[in-house]
Design a protein around this ligand. Sequence first.
Ligand SMILES: [Zn+2]
Length: 267
Amino acid sequence: MDSEIYSKYEIIDAHAHIFPEKIAENATVNIGHFYDLPMESCGMSKQLIKSGDKIGVSEYLVCSTATTPHQISSINEFIARECGHNSSFYGLGTTHPRSENIEEDIKQIKTLGLHGVKLHPDFQKFDADSPEAFRIYEVIEGEMPLLIHCGDNRYEYSAPQKIANIHKNFPKLKLHAAHLGGYQRWDEAEECFTDFENVAFDISSSMAFLSKDNTRRLINKYGVENCFFGSDFPMWSHEEELERFLELGFSEQENRMILAENFRRFY
Ligand SMILES: [Zn+2]
């Protein structure tokens, strides 16, 4: 792609996963198997920056999910360490509905200077709108944003309706719904989300599957002002995702909003 096309935009990657070097390769292979998709890179910080540099990403929202409660504190420390080493990183911590002390986890996230919580109901195996998950939302509502994975054909854990139910029950919780509200379940997502106060969507891992018309329709329905660009690294190359995004044909002002401004306002 012509670098002049994108050098005029400030670009924030609102959804990137990183893993400690020791496990990055395995973790990346496992995600590839989980989604049956080829991974673009291996999920290490330096590779994230190398890929993002190609389109001039200035900031990355980085996260990692604890598949079991005992990983929570070391993952939060890892994310904070990476943020310390990379000034372009904006880190989210994690917790787990079956954590013994959610308040402590959230306290750790704050103490480490992280900016919110990332949850992945399908990896963590909990229903997004269950009483056990509500324990987390209760603690963070009004305190910090939640980035939550949405949608999978094979599971109900993160079904779009369940994500929408979080918002119904916790209207003051800043909810960042990944993958346009429902990976592989975009039709449902389009119906479920009806009120967008305190809700935002990233467009990662969506454009490769949706037609341009459908992507545009979803973004317009949610509101251009409520959508973020994201790579879902190590899933996709930044270059290809940006190319797909720019092909949607939004105006320059709309591109600026989705590529960076909306993120800044929300976070
Ligand atoms: Zn994610």
